[in-house]
Design a protein around this ligand. Structure first.
Ligand code: DGJ
Length: 730
């Protein structure tokens, strides 16, 4: 049993294989507090941790210092304006303009398995894999209810948390803030936080810093998770490393505006929180309305960041990613974007496909530019009709010819957008998101469609599904190339404009759900100007996401390292492209580009017809590697051993099979060093007592030797050099 209510101490105990999350109910009026989250403990009464027997006493014992009590209590769902002066998780506004509220325990239920979240992506589990605790709270004076839902998984150290507000009172109110999860970490003078930041072409760079007093946050107001910040937060002991120390991880299953924040207060208590960004958010709840806040996935690791990541990878692979390709090897694709940009036609694509087929590539993806009058990025979004001048005979002919070569065929779409220069915009200028008194700001010369409106989603869906039915299309890349601005919908009342961001996100989810249900054989890959919507919300719909428009092997070391903090390598879109690289102008060996892409979904993004014979031969070798190692890469445990981001020259990551009998490590030396000898590297994650053959060498060494004594990588010459090291255990 993973969730228990212990009546004697009025505590809930949620156990995962190695962790315990404990929630306590204070006596009258029934505040709900976080007792403990950490390494698994026995069923003991830990309520003393709540300090309700110390001053400032709980108001039922001494109401004189109620504010002081509220300002110290480790609330599960802290409310605004009552006297807890830290940032709240929950805030409302009544029609009379007041915001003070509190939530107290009313009842609870323990359920086997896990319920779906209406309209939202979320992890799933059957009755044998998880148990869920639902605590029903009430606002004692206003009468509405809030359900706090916690799921404890039995096969992975994960607790998920979501929140549902039920306005079963007689009055309307406005939901101003609803943060899905809060962690309270006490007496912690030396804790760090990790967030991820970046920009286009350099997404998800890791940023670790000591948690200062006050509030430190990472957030998005862009209508998507974004290139710049990321819906992930780790709170960890200052001394924690890849394989030691206590680490809390929080990941948001949501693709819109988010807030991930740490607040260190006067008592050195840290309140970490994650949820929808309250900035720009306000949801009106009429009597009878409900609102569900998206899920936060939390993990605790006492073995450092590496174990935190592996917990996230396991839960996302097993309990979030769905569909035909969930556990399957993905077809090796070649995408024409960097090969041709907008300058292509059927013949050019077929030339690429012919060459690709000879090398063993399995799918051709036609990127942007196949529809309407789209010959550059300044027109035609919304006109989802095949441009028969470029593609005579349409997609049926093209897909048919590609299929005859033995390749699958896939296409690019950007459903959420509309170009001012499009037939769609000329017919429906009011379909773009905008405020009535301004010309909306352009980005990439396009506007965003108001996806909160069902009629708009239906029209776009019909156009795109007609395309998907018109030919044998087996893959769709769903792109989104600008962020939201000028937030306004003509269909929302003046006191509902604050709902637009969230309704937009729900609209995207609804359309993707429809697409994968109607076309279950299609593999969906999400993308947003590179990796601006690489988040757990999107993973629920697509088993892989394009990581970044930066395909440079060296920049990718940093991007893929950051991404791996939270997401499995099996979902990281990674391609081999040409040099000089189109984002950074760097020249790296073809071999290194292959090894770095192999540690992701693997594919190509180049004009294969222009490669040398030697490079095309190398592609055949890379494809053989992919077929040989992909099961291990997709299913194994990830170990980050050396980080180029930290040491500025060496990167070593590897995947070890669950039974430890096989491992594949990728070593990259960034710059050549004169008069240097071989480089000693230290593997991780092996079985100390197992003997491993280092493939391609005469070495036969124990896991202990390979991890603690190390292994010399020899013969490195030149910059951006790399090695793939395959270990076979016996
Ligand atoms: C941004 C994507 O990340 C690229 O791969 C490409 O699809 C372009 N958009 C097309 O406009």
């Amino acid at each position: 049993m993973s969730v228990k209510y212990i009546e004697s101490s009025r505590t809930f105990k949620l156990d995962t294989p190695n962790t315990t999350y404990m929630i306590g109910l204070a006596d009258e009026p029934g505040y709900i507090g976080q007792v403990y989250y950490g390494k698994r403990v026995n069923d003991e009464d830990l309520n003393y941790l709540m300090r309700t027997n110390e001053a400032p006493f709980i108001p039922s014992k001494n109401a004189r210092e109620k504010c002081s009590f509220l300002d110290t209590y480790p609330f599960e769902m802290p409310c605004a304006w009552g006297g807890d002066y830290r940032d709240p998780a929950f805030e409302i506004r009544t029609v009379s303009g007041h915001s003070t509220c509190e939530l107290v325990y009313e009842s609870h239920e323990i359920i086997k398995g896990k319920k779906k979240l209406s309209g939202l992506p979320a992890t799933f589990a059957d009755e044998s894999e998880a148990e869920t605790l639902e605590i029903k709270c009430v606002e004692p004076d206003l009468g509405f209810h809030v359900i706090l839902s916690y799921t404890a998984f039995s096969d992975v150290d994960i607790i998920t948390k979501s929140v549902r507000v039920i306005n079963d009172s007689a009055d309307t109110f406005y939901l101003e803030r609803i943060i899905s999860a809060v962690l309270n970490i006490e007496d912690t003078p030396a804790y760090d936080m990790i967030t991820m930041h970046g920009s286009w072409a350099r997404e998800r760079h890791i940023c670790r810093r000591e948690i200062p007093y006050g509030r430190s946050s990472s957030s998005s107001t862009r209508g998507e998770s974004g290139h710049q910040d990321h819906p992930f937060l780790a709170v960890l002991e200052h001394t924690a490393t890849e394989d030691s120390g206590n680490v809390y991880g929080m990941s948001f299953v949501y693709s819109g505006n988010f807030l991930a924040q740490c607040e260190r207060n006067q008592f050195d208590t840290i309140r970490a929180m994650m949820g929808i960004n309250p900035y720009g958010f306000c949801f009106k709840l009429l009597p009878g309305d409900e609102f569900t806040a998206p899920e936060v996935v939390m993990t605790f690791s006492s073995k450092g960041l590496g174990q935190m990541s592996r917990n996230f990878h396991d839960v996302y692979r097993k309990h979030l990613i769905r569909g035909e390709y969930k556990d399957k090897k993905r077809p090796i694709l070649i995408n024409n974007w960097e090969a041709t940009y907008f300058d292509f036609n059927t013949e050019k694509l077929l030339d690429i496909a012919r060459c690709a087929a000879v090398c063993g590539i399995e799918m051709l993806v036609m990127d942007d530019g196949w529809f309407g009058k789209r010959s550059s990025d300044n027109c035609a979004l919304g006109d989802w009709f095949v441009n028969e001048e470029k593609l005579p005979g349409g997609l049926k002919y093209l897909a048919g010819e590609v299929n005859k070569l033995g390749l699958k065929f896939g296409i690019w779409v950007e459903p959420e957008m509309i170009s001012p220069d499009s037939d769609l915009y000329r017919a429906h200028p009011d379909w773009a998101i905008k405020v009535p008194y301004k010309t909306p700001a352009m980005s990439r010369e396009q506007y965003v469609l108001d996806f909160s409106r069902k009629e708009i989603r239906d029209c776009i869906y019909e156009r795109i599904s007609a395309i998907l039915k018109s030919a044998n299309i087996e893959y769709v890349k769903w792109d989104m190339n600008r962020q939201l601005a000028d937030i306004g919908s003509i269909c929302l009342d003046s006191d509902r404009q604050g709902e637009l961001f969230h309704r937009y996100c729900l609209g995207v989810y609804e359309m993707q759900e429809r697409l994968i249900n109607d076309f279950p054989h299609i593999m969906l890959e999400n993308c947003s100007g590179g990796g601006a919507r690489f988040d757990a919300g999107m993973l629920y719909y697509s088993p892989q996401i394009w990581c970044s428009d930066d395909t440079d092997a060296i920049e990718r070391l940093t991007i893929q390292e950051g991404t791996s903090l939270c997401y499995p390598v099996s979902c990281m879109g990674a391609h081999v492209s040409v040099c000089p690289n189109h984002s950074v102008g760097r020249n790296t060996p073809f071999e290194t580009r292959g090894y770095v892409a192999l540690a992701g979904t693997f594919g190509y993004e180049l004009d294969i017809t222009k490669l040398s014979d030697e490079e095309r031969e190398m592609i055949k070798g890379q494809i053989a590697d992919y077929h040989r190692y992909n099961d291990l890469i997709r299913e194994g445990d990830l170990y980050r051993c050396e980080s180029y981001r930290e040491n500025h020259n060496y990167n070593l990551t590897g995947v070890v099979s669950k039974d430890k009998k096989e491992a594949l490590f990728t070593f990259v030396r960034v710059m050549g060093i004169p008069n240097s000898h071989s480089r000693r590297i230290y593997f991780r994650g092996l079985d100390e007592n197992m003997m491993y053959k280092v493939e391609g060498t005469e070495y036969y060494l124990s896991g202990a030797a390979l991890m603690y004594a190390g292994f010399n990588v020899t013969g490195l010459w030149g910059d951006f050099n790399s090695r793939l090291i395959h270990l076979i255990g016996e």
